[in-house]
Design a protein around this ligand. Structure first.
Ligand SMILES: Cc1cc2nc3c(=O)[nH]c(=O)nc-3n(C[C@H](O)[C@H](O)[C@H](O)COP(=O)(O)OP(=O)(O)OC[C@H]3O[C@@H](n4cnc5c(N)ncnc54)[C@H](O)[C@@H]3O)c2cc1C
Length: 459
């Protein structure tokens, strides 16, 4: 690839999941890649200030897992050797548990800090990648006409440090949702990207519990999706060290309480009692911790008329989703694939090409998340969307008995297939048959999986 004359180096701002995956990919194309990270990055599995989400359930979707395994062959095996679990989970949506597909791939259950450490240590083993942690990136440097970014200004977090300039042919901003690139662009005379916001005012509360083999008959996850009548959710995920991480979530200001009794009561109000039954008897291993998530946020760089060359934005800095759908890390991994493809095409017009292509990739998880959130918000929808919503609701009911429908739904949820795949005539026919069978009075799935519960009202 031909980039700007001069050093063939790249800088990645942010050493979290998006930054690490990006650096790993860039190392194949650049002489040197430097990761700049504000936090001190630990060499053991621990939470850190710059990634407070690490204390909460992190589901790794199939597509993200696949890309990570391609970038770091042997990653899964190594994590399993460290105690991460591979297996099946239970997925509850639209009033019942989905049937279990025979061919469903096992999913990997691992804590976010453990996954991040595994990726980080493998990334930093690569000879032409280096890390400067404990530093703040303060801004960008550019050519005199501001047409090309030439590097960054940064300062080390130690007494007496002065700002330094680091040059690079390509700067990638992977600094997360709070990215300063819009402000930096404005100071260089560019417009800020338009931002799309869909508010959810979500509260998370998470707590670790001891996991024993008899829990859930050995299943490793319970995922309870929200509905318009009950906009609360839960992810109970197995973690390394024989633990459960239980995350309770409430939309629209209905925050799960942090006290013992309130936490348990919120779990009891979920549409099945599986989680409550486990945590009301299991030994807690931590105190509940909270997180507030205001909105889905998508920065539309592809809509800008002018962008400088030599700078790209990736990961949550580009698009951050309501977390209960588990799409952030996997979408970041898919964006890295887009970048790899764009770099293979050459360096000319890279920024415009990247933003255009990455927007198409983000469109799918964005439509899934925002589409569902708008359903919960009861936002009025045009007729085609209402018909689609009606069909998907029937699809979910039929998927409780039909493993093939459940598998098709899982493929979409894991970002392996587009939502339009659910409209395949073969699946439409199965949904129709399933609906007829139900109307004909076929018995419901096992009652233990669809126990009714009192529904709290969201604010
Ligand atoms: C509560 C919660 C739960 C989530 N659950 C899931 C889930 O189940 N599954 C999933 O796939 N995703 C989930 N996500 C999303 C996921 O955490 C992110 O998508 C993922 O971490 C990728 O983000 P990122 O690397 O782009 O940014 P971040 O993870 O936010 O990292 C940005 C990094 O940049 C550093 N930084 C920021 N500014 C500077 C600066 N000026 N100079 C130097 N360094 C800087 C920060 O310290 C940080 O390390 C969740 C998010 C939240 C908030």
């Amino acid at each position: 690839m031909k980039m700007q004359a001069g050093s063939n180096t790249a800088i990645v701002i942010g050493g979290s999941i998006a930054g690490l995956l990006t650096a790993r990919m860039l190392a194949e194309r650049f002489d040197h890649v430097t990761i700049l990270e504000r936090d001190h990055l630990p060499e053991t599995v621990e939470n850190r200030k710059g990634a407070p989400q690490g204390r909460h359930a992190h589901a790794l979707l199939g597509r993200g897992h696949q890309i990570m395994e391609q970038l770091y062959p042997g990653l899964t095996e190594a994590l399993v050797a460290q105690g991460a679990a591979l297996g099946n989970g239970r997925f509850y949506s639209g009033g019942g548990y989905f049937a279990r597909p025979q061919r469903a791939a096992h999913k990997l259950y691992v804590s976010r800090p453990c996954l991040e450490l595994a990726i980080r240590s493998r990334t930093l083993e690569i000879a032409n990648i280096s890390l400067i942690d404990n530093c703040d990136v303060l801004g960008l440097t550019a050519t005199e006409d501001n047409a090309r970014i030439t590097g960054v200004r940064m300062i080390r977090r130690r007494p007496g440090s002065a700002a330094e300039t680091l040059e690079a042919a390509l700067v990638i901003d992977a600094s997360g949702r709070g990215s300063r690139t819009p402000v930096w662009l404005e100071s260089l005379g560019y417009a800020r990207p338009p931002v799309e916001i869909v508010e959810v005012d979500m509260g998370y509360a998470s707590r670790l519990y001891e996991r024993t083999p008899e829990h859930l008959d050995g299943d490793l996850m319970v995922n309870l999706a929200p509905t318009p009548d009950l906009p609360i959710a839960c992810g109970m995920l197995a973690q390394e060290g024989n633990r459960w991480l239980v995350t309770l979530a409430g939309y629209f200001g209905n925050y799960p309480p942090l006290d013992e009794a309130g936490f348990l009561e919120f779990a009891r109000q979920l549409p099945t009692q599986d989680v409550y039954n486990v945590i009301s008897t299991a030994r807690p291993l931590s105190e509940p911790v909270a997180f507030r998530f205001p909105s889905n946020q998508r920065r539309r760089y592809e809509k800008l008329e002018a962008v400088p060359e030599g700078l790209l934005v990736i990961g949550d800095a580009l698009c951050s989703f309501t977390p209960i759908y588990g799409q952030g890390m996997s979408t970041a991994a898919m964006e890295v694939e887009v970048l790899q493809h764009c770099l293979q095409e050459g360096g000319v017009g890279l920024a415009k090409r990247f933003y255009k292509q990455v927007a198409k990739v983000i469109d799918i998880p964005w439509a899934l998340t925002v589409g569902n959130d708008q359903r919960l918000l009861k936002t009025p929808q045009p007729l085609p969307k209402r018909i689609l919503g009606w069909y998907i609701a029937r699809f979910q009911v039929a998927a409780r008995r039909d493993p093939e429908l459940a598998l098709a739904f899982q493929k979409v949820g894991n970002l392996f297939a587009a939502p339009t795949s659910l409209l395949h005539p073969r699946l439409v026919w199965r949904v129709f048959k399933g609906t007829l069978r139900r109307l004909g009075g076929e018995p419901s799935p096992p009652p233990s999986r669809v126990e009714p519960a009192t529904h709290p009202t969201a604010k």
